[in-house]
Design a protein around this ligand. Structure first.
Ligand code: CU
Length: 248
């Protein structure tokens, strides 16, 4: 059964947009599958349509035929394509449910890290847990429009909004998740490529929506540790025994 699903995982969109997360290929495979199925049927339907338009065009001495759709042979032109559409619909539903389950429903246990992503008009705030790996502790690192993560690590993200609907979108990771005021939405990602990539807001969220762009820095272990060390708040870093609430 797994072989069946693996068949639909490929990254033919690589030349168009980089593949930067563990599940990007699943999304690409699904989009490509839909494109091929819809594309083949589109071409077939247009071909038949144009073919008949030309074949049965007006000719001197030929009378038009009135087709009322009651003839069994005529009805087949509806029922057979209809059945084919149903079969392909089921294929799309099966494969897309699998992708939905893996990406949206099945949060990996024991992630290597967790980050909080907060959207507001019109910027992204990122809360990194710092050296202790715990959010909401004194050594948390807050940044605006700049998310720092380590390559090949699994992260949970907690997505929030302080005002209106936003959408956290990282194209190279194939992530797009709405942020809803009053809710904390959990998701996950695993970057597989180091570099600097675009983060955008994918939900019209007001006048400044167009400038609500940010970046994600996917770093190797060393660079990331150095960034954490360099950006840990002074009060937390200098406290005896590291980060404790008393150091605030
Ligand atoms: Cu926004």
């Amino acid at each position: 059964m797994n072989r069946f699903f693996e068949f639909f995982e490929f990254s033919w969109f690589g030349p168009l947009i980089e593949v930067g997360s563990s599940y990007a290929e699943q999304i690409d495979g699904l989009i490509l599958m839909v494109l091929i199925i819809v594309g083949v049927w589109f071409l077939a339907a247009e071909y038949i349509f144009l073919h008949f338009i030309l074949k049965f065009r007006a000719k001197p001495g030929r009378r038009g035929e009135y087709i009322d759709g009651k003839n069994k042979r005529h009805k087949r032109w509806i029922t057979i394509p209809h059945l084919c559409v149903l079969v392909f619909d089921i294929l799309i539903i099966v494969v897309s449910f699998r992708v939905w389950h893996d990406i949206k429903m099945d949060l990996p246990d024991d992630p290597d890290g967790v980050v909080r992503v907060i959207g507001q008009q019109w910027a992204w705030t990122f809360q990194h847990p710092g050296a202790d790996g715990e959010l909401d502790s004194p050594d948390d690192i807050f940044t605006v429009d700049e998310l720092h993560v380590e390559n090949n690590k699994t992260y949970h993200f907690e997505l929030q909004s302080t005002d209106v609907l936003h959408s956290f979108s990282v194209p190279v990771w194939r992530i797009k998740q709405d942020a809803i005021p009053g809710r904390s939405i959990m998701g996950w990602f695993e970057p597989t490529k180091t570099g600097r990539f675009d983060v955008q807001c994918a939900e019209i969220c007001g006048f400044g929506h167009g400038v609500m762009a940010a970046e994600v820095m996917v770093e190797d272990a060393e660079t990331h540790a150095a960034w954490v060390a360099a950006n840990t708040p002074v009060a937390a870093a200098s406290a005896p025994g590291g980060a404790t609430p008393a150091s605030q």
